[in-house]
Design a binder for this molecule. Sequence first.
Ligand SMILES: [Zn+2]
Length: 224
Amino acid sequence: MSSQLGLTFAPYEVLEPLPKDAVYFFPRSEAEPETPDDLYDRNQALPAELSAYLIRHYAQVYPDITFIPEWADGTVNAAAYRSNPKGDAASLLNPMGQEVRLFGGLLRHKKLGIEGLSLIISHEVGHFKVGKGKNKGWTSCEGEADYWAASVSQRKVWWGKQSLENINIGTEQFNTVYTPLWRLDNQKSVQVSCEMHPAPSCRKETFLAGLTGKPIPQCAKPLD
Ligand SMILES: [Zn+2]
């Protein structure tokens, strides 16, 4: 499929599996679509054009990260990882191969518009930008990536008032998609460890705290 914006999606291409230390937006146990009806077909132009626009836009704002759509994969998720942790890749801008993989189930989800997708991509960028988390790995913690997405990245990716509107709409889209998938007790916003995802209610609270300039909620701070 060829996009008018210059990006080409290969509808049936399957890419390399991700490294073990990749980090995801949704916990992997929650990342299946509710039903296939939740997704647009692979040959639909609208989600392809939106995805192409977003990827081009993020690549301009964050040239040290490569954004890769895996259009054929129906998983509702995104992941951040380093394809070359030794740091000797040929790219001067991105020597460690910092990559964000965007699965087709996310990009083609009918309940996610450009606002929700953008909030999710900003979260993945946050894994590279916030700094090392308490898990002692290369990435920042899940709750901190959520907060950074809304408080920093969205304000950089979108302009002025539009960024505030987009965070609000994106948070609602996130909530619509995620809360029904969550199999755990979603009423309790308890603190979790660095690599665990806070409950949907906590993540929503975290995005809105980033929107309104409040500090990160206690439930999003990683436990030691
Ligand atoms: Zn994450």
